[in-house]
Design a protein around this ligand. Structure first.
Ligand SMILES: [Zn+2]
Length: 259
């Protein structure tokens, strides 16, 4: 049994065959999917999609750091929070493209927006789905500045051993995706990440695992991520499936897998 803790099933890539994609995910052993928004509109879509597939789809609501330059107000998300919402996100910091003159003000906008998401998560006792690229120092300092440490996952983890230790010290989970099937660096990280900290995700439609690399990704490929992790850790794939499912249920405490 698997839980895809991060897939963008509301994106237009799935318009032609969304219900078939869900059917195939179930056949592959995926019990439940968490579908994050990246802005207000997609967050609303995630919530209504979750209501269509109660017990199989859960929503996460948030503004991706790429949205920060339009100066959104994260509080507009508050009205969306109900039992179909499993997390706040995806949100976070991404400095990958920021170089030169105006980088500082752009970073400030991202930090402000991420801080609002932290406050929202704490107020509603929801875990966070966090996107972080080339910004770990600022990310951890925003987290450390909160009145208490939010719970959450560093989705599509791109850090090294040092960032893994920093995540672990804050009781964060880390997510691995399809790119672990072809990235030597991520395979090395898969061998280091304790199973107790690991979540599996596809990030569909992106990051399709081998042998589907470059094509549209789907939740049905999640077992391929588990397989690579199992090989790197030299443990049975079933153990990866069971433990990561348990972790997801611990972090996203509202998940009901009875259906
Ligand atoms: Zn994503």
């Amino acid at each position: 049994m698997y839980i895809d803790t991060h897939c963008h099933l509301t994106f237009p890539d799935f318009d032609p065959d969304r219900s078939a994609v869900i059917g195939n995910a179930k056949k592959a052993g995926v019990k439940c999917c968490i579908v994050p928004g990246v802005d207000r509109y997609s967050s609303e879509q995630s919530v209504s999609f979750a209501k269509q597939y109660i017990g199989f789809v859960y929503a996460a609501i948030g503004f991706h750091p790429y949205e920060a330059q339009t100066l959104p107000d994260a509080h507009v998300l508050e009205q969306l929070i109900d039992s179909s919402v499993a997390a706040i996100g995806e949100c976070g910091l991404d400095y990958h493209q920021y170089k030169g003159e105006d980088a500082k003000s752009k970073k400030t906008n991202q930090i402000r927006l991420f801080d609002e998401h932290c406050k929202l998560a704490l107020r509603y006792n929801l875990p966070m789905i966090i996107h972080c690229r080339d910004a770990f120092d600022d990310l951890f300092s925003v987290l450390d500045s909160q009145p208490s440490m939010p719970k959450g996952v560093l989705h599509c983890f791109s850090g090294g051993p040092q960032e893994l230790r920093m995540a672990s010290a804050r009781n964060f989970y880390v997510g691995l995706d399809g790119n672990v099937t072809f990235s030597k660096k991520l395979q090395f990280m898969a061998s280091l990440i304790p199973l107790s900290m690991l979540l599996l995700e596809t990030d569909a439609p992106y990051l399709a695992p081998e042998p589907h690399r470059g094509k549209r990704n789907e939740p049905k490929y999640l077992p391929l991520v588990a397989k690579t992790v199992a090989i790197q850790k030299n443990i049975p794939q079933e153990m990866v499936a069971n433990k990561t499912t348990k972790n997801a249920r611990t972090l996203f405490h509202g998940l009901d897998l009875s259906s």
